[in-house]
Each structure stands twice: as C-alpha cells, then as structure tokens.
Design a protein around this ligand. Structure first.
Ligand SMILES: [Zn+2]
Length: 170
C-alpha cells in the first residue's frame, strides 16, 4: 500500500519543513515511498510533508503520470533565481477536487542536493519550473490555494467545511 497523502487542512501541510542534515538509508526509503505514493495518485510532484514527514525533500517527474521516465529527487532545494511570469492551472494531491490558475515565475534556477549528497543545479522552465515552485512551496507550508484570490479561497474553504460536516472528506 502506498503511503497516505495528507489532505488540506491538515496542520502538517502548513508547517515549515526542516533542513535535511544527513542523507541516510531512511531518507532514501522515504524518497522511494514518496515516488510510489505520487505515481499511485497520478501526480507529477510530491513533497515530504504531504506524506507527513516534515523534511525538505521533494520528488518530481514531469514526464508523468504515464511515462515515469524522469524521476528526480531534490534535497533542501532552494530557488536561487527567477525570471518571467506565467499563469497556469494547478492542482495538488493534498487539495481535493479543486484546480485554479496560479501565477508563478516562468523560469527558475534551483540548487539542491541529490540523494547521493552531490550538489545539483537545475535551470527549469515550462512545467518543470511550475512544479518545482509548487513543491518547494510545500516545504514552507504554502499551498497553491494560498496564491489564489481571497474570494476563490473562501469558496473552497466553505466547500471543505461542508464536506467535513457531512463526513465526506476524501
Ligand atoms: Zn501540491
């Protein structure tokens, strides 16, 4: 069974995740489990807090959800530069039944470590740039719904409350 993905408004999703100080076998196992959970739900990115682990690790595979040929993990990823602006529709495995347009940088440069502890630097654009910004946001306790208008957010929060009351929260 893949690990369960926490859903908004779970409090862990709003926390700042901790820096990873050492790459351990446990961390590599967590990375594998994150990929498994991401693919099981047909996602293209997942951050460790979404499976309840508050550390700065993300998984992305923008070839997905069908291809699964470009899986990458980033440890302690940091956006070091941003360029341009793009607005695209986003969804999130932790935000059920909702998609919305979000404006982000069009290109980003990200520095991180890989699971062997090597420094990596990625110049991303297109869907990878959007995905990296979305996942790195998760590490700071930020969801894409924190970027939408107050009105849209209030409507979504209202729906969530209704689902919770009726016990239908997915
Ligand atoms: Zn997400």
């Amino acid at each position: 069974m893949p690990r369960e993905i926490l859903k908004y408004p779970h409090p862990v999703l709003a926390q700042r995740a901790k820096e990873i100080t050492e790459i351990t076998p446990e961390l590599r196992k967590l990375a594998e489990e994150m990929a498994e959970a991401m693919y099981a739900k047909r996602g293209i990115g997942l951050a460790a807090p979404q499976v309840g682990e508050c550390c700065r690790l993300i998984a992305v595979d923008v070839s997905g959800p069908d291809e699964r040929t470009d899986l990458k993990f980033f440890v302690n990823p940091v956006i070091v530069s941003k360029e341009g602006q793009v607005t695209d529709e986003e969804g999130c495995l932790s935000v059920v039944n909702f998609r919305a347009k979000v404006t982000r940088a069009e290109k980003v440069k990200v520095k991180a470590k890989d699971l062997d502890g090597n420094e990596v630097e990625v110049d991303a654009d297109g869907i990878l740039a959007v995905c990296l910004q979305h996942e790195i946001d998760h590490l700071d306790g930020v969801l894409f719904i924190d970027h939408i208008s107050r009105l849209k957010r209030a409507l979504y929060d209202g729906k969530i409350k209704k689902w919770q009351k009726s016990g239908k929260q997915a």
